[in-house]
Design a protein around this ligand. Structure first.
Ligand SMILES: Cc1ncc(COP(=O)(O)O)c(C=O)c1O
Length: 388
């Protein structure tokens, strides 16, 4: 196998060279100071954190003092939700959706065990939400609405600014899991009525293990990790090198938000596969979605087998979300959109990124149809029944 064709950028991304370069001084002999220390070595680290905070805030279009650095998107989500619940112990309902990332699902399941009522809003066949249903679900005891901006499996976008308008009208707190949207879309947080928003570095070419939480400056906040760092909003000595890298990645992403290259690769790939491989369906709204991802069902195959065969060609993609791959359960996202178990298990997610090339797309377009054909010929039924 000569080289890898990495089409799993929603799972994680390669650290960009300019990100690594910015990080290195903070890992070596010159830059290891504790940002809380008063001497120069520490002050330099603290100053580097503030540069990164400004870069992350720049991409989110919010104020730098509204950004708290965390260890990952999952920590940001847990912090936001627990902070909202701490505000009023009488508010016992949490509204979320059936298609969230496992970070939110597991947390909400845990809250349910602790006596909270979780309202899981359904989605339609294209992965969209019914906003009237969302508004109707809000009650006097609603503590929080927590939902995705962009779905990690299908890329489908929820209309967050409209949802923020509903939350504002009904005076309910809103947390947005923007882990997949951050760096790919213009978020324009401004003062748009979002109270909390979670981000993660490793989806935009920064390292794993660094994240951020936006907390609107007028929103009351209770830390999850107690300590003096981050203005006593998140205890724990900051991961300076990774935060600096996250800032650099955010700066790069901000400068390239208008670029259409990745979307053009995705669209060219989709067009080719739809025309060359019969029995294929794109899952999710094809317009309101992230520019870099496509989720495709191939009738008559099992995605696990496809992953193995593609891996033999050096092609990395995923079946469902990375956090649940390895299990043979069909994706809860595709199930919530009404796909049968069979069709959900026959789906693959391809997520493109800036380090792909036109040659990668051509290569995958030439290999994938044969892989699907091979799997279909091996399927127990012999010839698969292809959807009309
Ligand atoms: C939508 C979404 N939310 C949350 C997370 C968790 O982020 P992290 O891996 O930084 O904890 C992910 C990661 O896959 C994600 O895709």
């Amino acid at each position: 196998m000569s080289s890898i064709i990495y089409l799993d950028n929603n799972a994680t991304t390669r650290i960009a060279p300019e990100v690594l370069e910015t990080m290195l001084p903070w890992l070596g002999a010159e830059g290891y100071g504790n940002p809380s220390s008063a001497y120069g070595l520490g002050r330099a680290a603290a100053a580097a954190l503030e540069v990164a905070r400004g870069q992350v805030a720049g991409l989110a279009e919010c104020r730098a003092d509204e950004i708290i650095f965390t260890s990952c998107g999952t920590e940001s989500i847990n912090t936001a939700v627990q902070s909202a619940l701490a505000l009023d112990p009488d508010k016992r309902q949490v509204i979320t959706t059936a298609v969230e990332h496992s970070a939110t699902i597991k947390l909400c399941e845990h809250l349910a065990q602790r006596g909270y009522e979780i309202t899981w809003l359904p989605v339609d066949s294209s992965g969209g939400l019914d906003l009237e249903q969302l508004a109707a679900a809000i009650r006097p005891d609603t503590a929080l609405i927590t939902l995705l901006w962009a779905n990690n499996e299908t890329g489908v976008l929820f209309p967050i600014h409209e949802i923020a308008e509903i939350a504002g009208r009904k005076k309910v707190l809103l947390h947005v899991d923007a882990v997949q949207a951050f760096g790919k879309l213009q978020l324009s947080l401004g003062d748009g009525g979002i109270h909390f928003l979670s981000m993660s570095g490793h989806k935009l070419h920064a390292p794993k293990g660094v994240g951020a939480l936006y907390v609107n400056r007028r929103t009351k906040f209770t830390p999850l990790l107690r300590g003096s760092q981050e203005n006593a909003r998140r205890g724990g000595t900051q991961n300076v090198a990774s935060i600096v890298g996250f800032g650099k990645a955010a700066e790069f992403a901000f400068g390239h938000l208008g670029s259409r290259q990745i979307m053009e690769w995705r669209d060219a790939f989709e067009d080719h596969i739809l025309s060359e491989v019969p029995g294929t369906t794109i899952n999710g709204d094809r317009v309101r979605r992230l520019p870099n991802v496509t989720n495709i069902s191939f009738d008559g195959i099992e995605s696990e087998g496809a992953l193995l065969l593609l891996d033999q060609h050096g092609i990395c993609c995923s079946a469902g979300s990375a956090c649940t791959s390895g299990s043979i359960n069909p994706s809860h996202v595709l199930k919530a959109m009404g796909l049968s178990n069979e069709k959900a298990r026959a789906s693959l997610r391809f997520s493109f990124g800036r380090f792909n090339s036109a040659a990668d797309i051509q290569q995958v377009c030439s290999i994938l149809p044969g892989v699907v054909e091979k799997l279909r010929s091996l399927s127990p039924a012999g010839t698969p029944v292809l959807a009309a």
